[in-house]
Design a protein around this ligand. Structure first.
Ligand SMILES: C[S@@+](CC[C@H](N)C(=O)[O-])C[C@H]1O[C@@H](n2cnc3c(N)ncnc32)[C@H](O)[C@@H]1O
Length: 460
């Protein structure tokens, strides 16, 4: 029988005894039944148990864990009572040490399988001393249950909002904001937004916290301009949350899953809050991109700086620079840094942040890195070091070709997706660069997300 016509050896709703071999990037364990792959959430490699098949596609299926007959020594009780329903975290049932090992292995496996990079040193993941309460931003949907206003999370694969008293990967301040604002909104009879009927007022409560300054920003995302009892609500937020420095209303009148609308008004206080990473001060506005784990951001950027090996004489290009966080970090040790980013508001923030810190050896441009960098090249810019920190889809192929042509002495590749990292490193290797080492950094404990920094040198 040809492979294409091979019969599926499992049936939906049947149960099987299996042993789990591996963990996928999204935190499901892998079991093989006569060579057929079954993905089973909440199981761990090395464990055995009984599973029920819930979906049997041609090439692979999904199972539900019914019972464990053998437990991994790395299994722990997930401390969050809503871990099973929420979906925000995927690996709370794996010890933190196990999570760090899994992330290292995941990066190394991708480099081998996709990048054909066999002998690259992939270091043990740099983790957190305390891998809880790390997030500096909460974005919580508001709904109604039994006629009461609630705020929490969307149940897995649905749009049903479930009320949440706290979230243990959020900083306590953000939890407090959500609870107090929920309470205040109830007190003043604010209706939640109903996405089916496109009626009601309050859509999301967003809270941002500056870890080093302890400043708080509260954003009320509403369907229209109207917010009944606005003055009283603002007054109570100020009384109940003394660290609040900024109270913002964002208006989002659209039928959309996107949280923010285009119109933002400061109801009270500052337009921004501040935070420091290392010695650099950043202004954070309601919508600006800012890494959510400030403790590990410092670890990540320090690693990028180390791999850039700057002496003070270098011209550096920071592609995909966002609000210029890495650029400003590098500028302290380089002759000049040029940052490029596609979102105009992010570049405004980057320029303001440079001013805020009195950093003058940086310049920022709006545009696609793959177009702006060749233009810089045509103007005679020759980078000694290039840093890239692309979104999940990785670098644009033409940007990789430009890097190969420009031949900087070194490249620092910061990646949030090991598979596109592996793909791009292969192209850069074929173009004359050598990957010296890769450092995974755990930016998102308890979740399946993996961040890694790679150091490449020109192989002369
Ligand atoms: C992973 S973020 C990195 C941000 C920044 N380096 C940081 O650490 O905060 C990727 C950034 O690339 C930007 N981006 C996406 N496509 C781009 C492109 N073609 N050219 C330039 N920037 C792009 C996104 O807007 C986003 O800010």
């Amino acid at each position: 029988m040809s492979q294409g016509k091979r019969e599926v050896p499992v049936k939906k709703n049947e149960t099987y005894n299996v042993t789990f071999e591996d963990l996928t990037h999204d935190g499901a364990a892998v079991a093989k039944i006569e060579g057929y792959t079954l993905f089973v959430p909440k199981a761990l490699p090395g464990e055995s148990g009984k599973v029920k098949v819930v979906k049997a596609n041609k090439g692979y299926g999904f199972g539900r864990l019914l019972e464990l007959t053998e437990e991994s020594s790395q299994r722990v009780d997930p401390p969050c009572p809503i871990f099973d329903r929420c979906g925000g975290c995927q690996v709370q049932h794996l010890s933190y040490e196990g999570q760090l090992e899994h992330k290292q292995k995941h990066v190394a496996d991708n480099l081998k399988r996709i990048g054909k990079l066999e002998d690259i040193a992939v270091h043990p993941t740099l983790g957190m001393e305390d891998p809880w309460r790390y997030r500096n931003k909460a974005q919580v949907p508001v709904g109604e249950a039994n006629g009461e206003l609630i705020a929490g999370f969307y149940a897995k694969r649905s749009h049903e909002i479930i009320d949440m008293p706290n979230c243990i990967i959020q900083h306590e301040s953000n939890d407090l904001v959500v609870q107090e604002v929920k309470d205040i909104a109830k007190k003043y009879g604010i209706r939640s937004y109903d996405e089916k009927k496109h009626k009601g007022t309050l859509r999301h409560i967003v809270s941002r916290h500056g870890r080093t300054t302890d400043e708080l920003m509260v954003v009320l995302v509403t369907r229209g301009k109207e917010l009944p009892n606005k003055k009283n609500i603002v007054q109570e937020i100020r009384e109940r949350l003394p660290n609040v420095k900024s109270i913002i209303q964002n208006i989002n009148p659209k039928r959309t899953n996107v949280i923010f609308g285009d119109q933002t008004t400061t109801l009270w206080g500052e337009d921004v809050i501040y935070d420091y990473i290392g010695d650099i001060k950043f202004a954070i506005s309601p919508r600006s991109f800012y890494q959510v784990n400030p403790t590990q951001t410092k670890v990540l950027y320090e690693k990028a700086l180390e791999y850039a090996r700057l002496t003070g004489k270098e011209t550096v290009i920071d592609a995909y620079c966002g609000i210029g966080t890495i650029s400003l970090f590098l500028a302290q040790k380089a002759k000049q840094v040029l940052g490029v980013e596609i979102v105009p508001e992010a570049i405004d923030d980057a320029k303001n942040n440079a001013k805020l810190n009195g950093i003058e050896n940086v310049d920022f441009a709006v545009g696609e890195a793959e177009n702006v960098i060749p233009w810089w090249q045509s103007q005679g810019v020759q980078p000694d070091v290039m840093v890239v920190d692309p979104p999940r889809k990785g670098c644009d192929e033409s940007l990789l070709q430009t890097m190969i042509q420009l031949k900087p002495e070194r490249i620092v590749y910061v990646s949030c997706n090991p598979s596109t990292l592996a793909r791009d490193l292969r192209i850069l290797e074929d173009g004359g660069f050598r990957t010296k080492q890769v450092q995974p950094v755990d930016m998102f404990p308890q979740t399946n997300h993996v961040e890694a920094v790679a150091e490449l040198v020109l192989d002369v």
